[in-house]
Design a protein around this ligand. Structure first.
Ligand SMILES: Nc1ncnc2c1ncn2[C@@H]1O[C@H](COP(=O)(O)OP(=O)(O)OP(=O)(O)O)[C@@H](O)[C@H]1O
Ligand SMILES: [Mg+2]
Length: 170
């Protein structure tokens, strides 16, 4: 709209047109910033296509360490909550494959009574340390942003369990 007005004004009032162009530019910049923040909160496509249980099965199949998935999710949670659960499982299973030396791992997810609980376990060497990289810190930050809790148990010698509890938000 502003661009149209600026074009109509260009010949008879260049200064006025320039002012309109400036407003159009700042409106476009603001729209882009909003679009970015929307994109950041967006559902990974696999979640929309397959649901949380299916998406987690896909992650488990790609893990490298044999991984069993147990899903009990009769309740749908808010998209942001499911996206966070997916993100947590992806980071945790990447860690299992990279660091644990485990023979077996599992992902358990359960949505009941307005809470979503996700558990990622492995029977590897333990010693997971939040100060050791950015993955676990990122998990903690994202879970905290949704008022959830994170519990990591990983004594030397193992096993490692990572448990996240989130309000379902719906
Ligand atoms: N399941 C696990 N078993 C054993 N050690 C682990 C496990 N998960 C994490 N760790 C240890 O904790 C450290 C921190 O993990 P974190 O995910 O924060 O960082 P990272 O995997 O090293 O790097 P990235 O930033 O790519 O995730 C790892 O470097 C590893 O030593
Ligand atoms: Mg990691």
């Amino acid at each position: 709209m502003l661009l149209g007005a600026a074009r109509r004004m260009a010949a008879r009032d260049p200064a006025g047109a320039d002012e309109l162009l400036e407003r159009a530019q700042s409106a476009a910049e603001q729209a882009l910033a909003e679009l970015r923040s929307v994109a950041r909160g967006i559902l990974p496509p696999v979640l929309a296509d397959r649901g949380l249980a299916g998406a987690l099965s896909g992650l488990a199949a790609d893990c490298g360490v044999p991984c069993r998935v147990e899903a009990d999710v009769p309740e749908r949670c808010a998209a942001s909550v499911e996206a966070t659960a997916y993100f947590v499982a992806a980071e945790a299973l990447t860690n299992v494959a990279k660091h644990s030396g485990a023979a077996r791992s599992s992902v358990t997810v359960r949505a009941r009574g307005g809470r979503l609980r996700l558990l990622v376990e492995d029977d590897g060497r333990g010693g997971a340390d939040e100060d050791g990289g950015s993955g676990l810190t990122g998990i903690r930050r994202r879970v905290a942003a949704l008022d959830g809790t994170l519990r990591l148990t990983s004594p030397p010698g193992g096993p490692t369990t990572l448990e996240v509890d989130l309000p379902c938000g719906r």
